[in-house]
Design a protein around this ligand. Structure first.
Ligand code: NIG
Ligand code: FE
Length: 420
């Protein structure tokens, strides 16, 4: 028997990111705007946001007919949509702190990769790891980011680089989708690095991806999107185009890594193939901004990777001034961003990229929801969307979230109406 149960969040100090009608994203000047209700309530029915408004307008009629009512007092606290982390690699085996130390001692990320470290190092460990081991460690990471407020996450393969190992990673992501309450999207990133054995025969690895991996992935329904690391020393624009074209034959929309290490044409090729997002963007010029304007591709910045690798900061202010939207994601992975803390990502966005707290929150909710294709159900407080919510500890205002960098402002997380 299903009981008609409603949960009411009462006396909310600030109800952040409310929408009367769901928008697709926010761009340019609008990014500075954040709709907030002060002294508010929110009603959850089953797994959805049923209603919200000001406490003074709360009416018992709103909960009439409910067989069970649970009230949560949110006095002094902020309620906002759970974060959507639209770019992670959180299925991985082992860790890479030795490379972290090598970088402290002067080696660059590209030098480490060139010696067979980096992504290839993770691929070696991936090959040896069992599916259960990978599942359990990724589940623990999901639990960790859930406690930090993330309720939707995109996860990539890309540490496999062989048919068996890529399929293994994607099966682990599928199992996470089936067993975690979070909204999860899966991205196939076979073109993450060139395996050593194919260095002199790059087309053979591309053939392996397009002729062997993609058909099997499609047959088993293992991926929602296709990614390519289009950058200096990784995959060229021509190779990327070839891969994206193959992906589109299997209805896999691109979401690509671009312009992390140089002005490589990654953004343009992404836009050309209607990528849902182009991510990293440390190197952006006028041509990239022009290509993105008027497109449906979400420019996504990964402040954790730039922080951890000491990369130049993406020119976010210029992009916003040009009228573009920006999404933010953690890039949680063992090589360039070993953290999935979206609160800290907002601090970095404010401190290093001069984004305002409003811009940072928009970039971690509504815009990152779009960047992973879940804007219809996640990313804002909107009637009919999933009740995926954060209740913070007592805080003066939402601007205190990026301000108290490194601490966890989250007290309670609600996913699909369930309280965690
Ligand atoms: O997004 N840039 C490419 N891929 C990852 C890093 C992967 C790794 O170093 O393991 C990133 O930064
Ligand atoms: Fe990445």
């Amino acid at each position: 028997m299903v009981i008609d149960m409603k949960v009411i969040l009462e006396n909310i100090k600030e109800l952040v990111q409310v929408e009367e009608r769901a928008r697709t994203w926010v761009a340019g000047k609008e990014m500075k705007e954040l709709k907030v209700l002060r002294e508010a309530f929110l009603v959850i029915s089953d797994d959805q946001i049923e209603n919200f408004g000001l406490m003074q307008d709360f009416d018992q009629k709103l909960i009439e007919g409910a067989e069970m009512i649970m009230e949560i007092d949110c006095a002094g606290k902020i309620v906002m949509p759970g974060y959507c982390d639209s770019h992670t690699h959180l299925v991985f085996a082992g860790s890479r702190e030795q490379e972290f130390v090598d970088r402290i001692n002067g080696l660059s990320y590209e030098e480490i990769a060139g010696r067979g470290g980096g992504i290839l190092n993770s691929a070696k460990r991936m090959e040896q790891a069992s599916e259960d081991e990978l599942y359990l460690s990724a589940m623990a990471r999901l639990e960790e980011i859930k406690q930090l407020g993330t309720t939707a996450v995109e996860i990539k393969s890309g540490y496999g680089l062989t048919v068996e190992s890529e399929l293994k990673m994607l099966r682990v992501i599928k199992r996470l989708k089936e067993t975690s309450p979070m909204t999860i999207k899966s991205t196939f990133l076979g073109a993450h690095a060139m395996p050593v054995g194919y260095k002199n025969n790059r087309q053979e690895y591309i053939r392996l991806i397009t002729q062997e991996m993609l058909p099997e992935i499609s047959k088993q329904g293992l991926a929602d999107y296709l990614d390519v690391f289009c950058d200096k020393g990784f995959f060229s624009v021509e190779e990327t185009a070839q891969l994206l074209e193959a992906g589109l034959k299997y209805d896999l929309q691109p979401k690509i890594h671009a312009n992390e290490l140089g002005l490589t044409g990654g953004v343009q090729v992404g836009v050309q193939y209607q990528a849902l997002s182009v991510d990293h963007l440390e190197h952006i010029g006028e041509a990239e901004i022009k290509a993105l304007l008027g497109s449906e591709t979400m420019p996504t910045v990964l402040p954790g990777a730039a922080f951890f690798l000491n990369l130049p900061f993406s020119p976010v202010r210029e992009m916003i001034n040009a009228g573009l939207p920006i999404a933010l994601a953690s890039d949680f992975n063992p090589g360039s961003s070993p953290s999935g803390n979206m609160n800290f990502i907002q601090s970095l966005a404010c401190i290093n990229y001069k984004m305002t707290p409003e811009e940072a929150i928009n970039a971690c909710t509504i815009n990152s929801a779009y960047a992973m294709g879940v804007e219809h159900s996640c990313g804002s407080i909107c009637r009919g969307k999933l009740a995926n919510l954060i209740i913070t500890k007592a805080l003066p205002t939402y601007a205190a979230i990026p301000y108290y960098y490194g601490s966890n402002p989250v007290e309670t997380v609600i996913i699909n109406g369930e309280i965690y």
